[in-house]
Design a protein around this ligand. Structure first.
Ligand code: FAD
Length: 300
């Protein structure tokens, strides 16, 4: 079956686009591998309508149900290949399914480099964070431990000093930092520890501190992860020849969200912007409106 549009990525941007395209009654498929940021964040705190926070999982579930009610189809799989075809695009998934479509919306997101301490996962979005614009407010006047690497961790420490003066920076990977940064940490009374972590201390979703490999315990109320090297999931865009920035985020037309490749749109964190839920929603919606215009142009 030829879909009017295939949305790759059923996170926040992809779901919002699916709902909008469903309301135009177009035949649309969402292919999603269910391993994005919205699957791991247990609470968003800065979303209009949710003053007490809302989980990514909840938004994903209600978003999918909403889109399905409008006739949108879903497939759990990972798109491995996308190619230009005679009229549109040809997609192939990891499980061997193939699809043709005239339009593709890439909403594949970004994935943070989160160290593999199992106790960290339940805390994400509740007492351990990744994004200061989203969650800096959550550490206000709280003892906060930055778990990170090299200068990325220093940058996060500087940013968070706006909200709290009680900061500890654990340079887990012991990547060297500049003398001027070390001086900054001393001047601002930040405890700086260059030592590997053995274990994250937490009770359920409540972060309590860090046990270092040396056996020393560092107690804290909140955690922030800052390793750098996040994965920008623009590999499919690259296959299609979409223009990427040096940091691998995609460039789109600010109005229509279409890329430089006709028939390919992009929305959400994979596009160059400040990586927020509300922006991902807005972009998903906007891309869908322009995809609809393109379908109408084709058919009327
Ligand atoms: C711990 C944490 C806390 C956060 N807190 C906040 C907050 O408080 N406020 C806020 O605004 N934002 C917050 N964010 C950021 C927010 O989660 C993202 O901005 C949002 O999820 C972006 O939506 P998206 O649709 O672009 O990407 P995602 O939600 O990551 O969705 C992308 C989807 O694409 C799928 N995918 C990727 N590649 C493929 C492929 N090849 N084939 C098929 N599917 C694919 C993935 O499985 C995923 O489901 C936080 C993020 C994290 C990790």
């Amino acid at each position: 079956m030829d879909y009017k549009c295939i949305i790759v990525g059923g996170g926040i941007a992809g779901l919002q686009a699916a709902i909008q395209l469903g309301r135009y009654m177009h035949q649309v498929l969402v292919i999603d591998s269910e391993d994005g940021r919205s699957s791991i964040c247990h609470s968003y705190h800065n979303i209009l309508g949710y003053p007490d926070g809302v989980s990514g999982q909840f938004l994903r579930e209600i978003g999918k149900k909403h889109a399905e009610k409008l006739g949108i189809e879903f497939l759990t799989d990972k798109v491995e290949t996308v190619k230009k075809a005679d009229e549109g695009f040809y997609l192939e998934t990891a499980r061997g399914s193939t699809f043709s479509t005239k339009r593709v919306l890439l909403a594949t997101g970004v994935m943070d480099r989160i160290p593999p301490f199992p106790e960290l996962r339940p805390c994400l979005g509740i007492s351990v964070y990744v994004c200061p614009d989203c969650d800096g407010y959550e550490v206000k006047d709280k003892k906060t431990i930055i778990i990170g690497s090299g200068r990325t961790g220093v940058g996060m420490t500087k940013t968070l000093s706006y909200w709290t003066k009680e900061l500890v920076y654990i340079n887990h990977e012991q990547e060297p930092i500049k003398e001027s940064d070390q001086q900054w940490l001393r001047d601002h009374r930040v405890e700086y520890i260059e030592s590997p972590i053995e274990k994250v201390l937490a009770t359920d979703s409540r972060f309590e501190g860090i046990l270092l490999k040396s056996g020393e315990k560092i107690i804290g109320q909140r955690g922030f992860v800052a390793f750098g090297g996040n994965e920008v999931r623009s590999q499919l865009a690259k296959q299609l020849g979409v223009e990427l920035l040096e940091n691998k985020h995609m460039l789109v037309d600010p109005r229509s969200k279409m890329t430089n490749v006709p028939g390919v749109w992009a929305a959400g964190d994979v596009v160059a912007h400040s990586e927020q839920v509300t922006i991902a929603m807005g972009e998903g919606s906007q891309a869908a409106i322009w995809i609809h215009k393109d379908i109408l142009n084709d058919e009327l």
